[in-house]
Design a binder for this molecule. Structure first.
Ligand SMILES: Nc1ncnc2c1ncn2[C@@H]1O[C@H](COP(=O)(O)OP(=O)(O)O)[C@@H](O)[C@H]1O
Ligand SMILES: CC(=O)N[C@@H](CCC(=O)OP(=O)(O)O)C(=O)O
Length: 311
């Protein structure tokens, strides 16, 4: 039994290592105290253990004086429910084509199930969360989105452009962050489902990255964090790209290296940094305590995106 008890020198090394981790965190704690971090928690990064570690990180950020604002996704979970109900679904450039039945199910899954699971996980980690959607207190007014697609026309060697009607897919038109600042000032952690109301009260399904970016931009957040299921943006050889700006993103996109859900993710990062968010980071939400490693260590993690003019 005695072998399992660490010797005095091992114990002090362990304590020393812990102390140096905290000391390494000190400049970041000072830099970010009182600032807003918008954290987008993607559906692919949600598992039971991941949810518990995510919630602990969020509660820790709040405890050290940072204001975390959680915006969550739930794409795979919406897909599973649509499958159970026999409703077919398809994506155009990472956006789900959303008819009337789909928007009803999306709201049910996002605002009803996932939002409350995250609130419960934060409570279990010792925090207090307020679960809302973009509809609440006029947080996000949405407008309809449409997309142009280009299909190669092999006969004329050019491309055919088509406007695709995505149905009830929206994008934030206005953001009124009042409800967020009120919640934050009362010690609550806002947890936001990516659903918004149109000007006539219709419900819009909003890509969660886009929603998080609009909120981060409107609030002038110190960071927008997009937690997903890859290490960050990967180049053509599958290697992690640690920093990106608009020109580099355009180059990777035209090479066909950035596809699917990564397209709205990077568009969001750029839009948020143009609107006033200092920087955005795409990182692997499956790694335990990914957020803490990103914020409180010198090495960081994932891909950092800044608008070119910010350097
Ligand atoms: N260049 C790229 N680097 C990394 N991931 C990419 C890239 N291009 C496309 N992707 C895809 O984007 C996915 C992340 O977007 P998405 O599935 O929408 O995640 P989430 O549900 O977390 O928002 C990755 O799992 C990957 O399949
Ligand atoms: C318009 C649109 O595509 N909305 C998304 C909303 C959820 C989401 O974005 O979830 P993830 O972040 O987990 O992908 C959807 O219906 O899947």
């Amino acid at each position: 039994m005695s072998e399992t008890i660490p010797s005095a020198s091992e114990a002090s090394l362990d304590a020393g290592a812990k102390a140096s981790v905290l000391i390494e965190a000190l400049p970041y704690l000072r830099r970010y105290a009182g600032r807003t971090f918008v954290v987008k928690y993607g559906g692919h990064a949600m598992g039971d253990t991941a949810a518990a570690s995510f919630a602990q990180d969020v509660v820790l950020l709040k405890a050290v004086g940072i204001n975390p604002v959680v915006v969550h996704g739930g794409g795979p979970q919406i897909g599973a429910m649509l499958g159970r109900l026999g409703v077919e679904s398809r994506f155009v450039d990472g956006l789900r084509v959303t008819d009337e039945a789909t928007v009803e199910i999306a709201e049910m899954v996002l605002s009803g199930a996932i939002n409350k699971q995250i609130v419960a996980a934060i409570h279990a980690a010792g925090g207090r969360a307020l679960g809302i959607s973009g509809k609440d207190a006029g947080l996000v007014r949405a407008r309809k989105v449409s997309r142009e697609t280009r299909t190669p026309d092999y006969q004329s060697d050019s491309a055919i452009e088509q406007i695709v009607d995505l149905g009830f897919v929206g994008e934030p038109e206005t953001v009124d962050p009042n409800v967020i600042t009120m919640a934050t000032a009362s010690g609550l952690i806002p947890v936001i489902a990516p659903i918004g109301a149109g000007e006539n009260g219709e419900t819009f399904n909003i890509n969660a990255d886009t929603m998080a970016g609009a909120i981060a931009g409107a609030m002038g957040a110190a960071r927008l964090l997009l937690l997903t299921d890859v290490a960050g943006v990967l180049d053509g050889d599958g290697k992690l790209v640690t920093e990106l700006d608009e020109a580099k993103i355009e180059a990777l996109r035209s090479e066909g290296v950035i596809t699917g859900g990564m397209i709205p993710k990077l568009e969001t990062c750029l839009a948020a940094t143009r609107d006033g968010c200092e920087a955005a980071v795409i990182l692997d939400g499956r790694v335990p305590h990914a957020m803490l490693l990103e914020f409180f260590t010198a090495s960081g993690a994932g891909t950092l995106v800044r608008a070119a003019e910010n350097g």
